[in-house]
Design a protein. Structure first.
Length: 219
């Protein structure tokens, strides 16, 4: 199976597994999505979805958010972890939105990356999910699976994103990156992995990983 066949197999299988794709983070507009994605760093979507209703009940737009102090924001979001940095980021980006963008979230990855606590992945998620602009945000699941599937060398997420964009059609990037995330969580996790249930890796995966898996399983 050549690389093009592997890519086609992965796309076909993901479409069969996830014909409808749930959005992991609850939100109602680009601003609440931006805040939710920022909060999700080194946390879980479940935890973030438990905390954002509490925050958004008080402030679901940048104008109301900057009425709060950084300490007040931190007290609300503390359960998601990294609350000092995230609280400063939420206040800082909200202030920038009000002062420089009329409270409207920009549709540009490059502009979003200039905001406090907003990295490339966060910006990519916002433009893809909020505005439908093709992007390929790479999280730990996508990075892991692209390596397991022998579609990238696994050196870093920057290279993984470049390889994903090169291999997969641009028109499916926004759906595909979510499908890979859900597949990674359900069938190809970092821990408790059962290769026999992971049909994509078992079919197109890196032989060294497959061999090592069964070797460890026998020991």
């Amino acid at each position: 199976m050549n690389k093009a066949d592997k890519v086609s197999f992965a796309i076909k299988t993901l479409e069969e597994c996830y014909p409808t794709i749930p959005i992991p983070l609850d939100h109602k507009d680009p601003y609440t999505l931006l805040i939710a994605v920022l909060l999700s760093a080194q946390s879980t979507d479940v935890r973030v979805n438990q905390i954002t209703p509490l925050l958004f009940k008080i402030a679901d737009n940048p104008y109301d958010m900057i009425k709060l102090s950084v300490e007040e924001i931190r007290d609300i979001i503390k359960p998601v972890g990294l609350s000092p940095m995230k609280a400063k980021g939420i206040f800082g980006l909200s202030k920038m939105l009000v002062e420089n963008h009329d409270g409207i979230v920009p549709k540009s990855i490059e502009v979003l990356e200039t905001f406090p606590a907003v990295g490339h992945k966060t910006a990519s998620v916002v433009v893809s999910q909020a505005f439908g602009i093709p992007a390929f945000p790479v999280d730990t699941h996508i990075h892991r699976l692209m390596y397991r599937w022998n579609l990238t060398n696994g050196k870093n997420v920057v290279q993984t994103e470049k390889d994903a964009k090169r291999l997969f059609p641009k028109e499916i990037w926004n759906d595909l990156h979510l499908q890979i995330i859900w597949y990674g969580r359900e069938y190809s996790p970092a821990r408790g992995w059962n290769l026999d249930k992971d049909i994509i890796t078992k079919t197109i995966g890196r032989k060294t990983i497959i061999n090592e898996y069964y070797k460890l399983k026998k020991s």
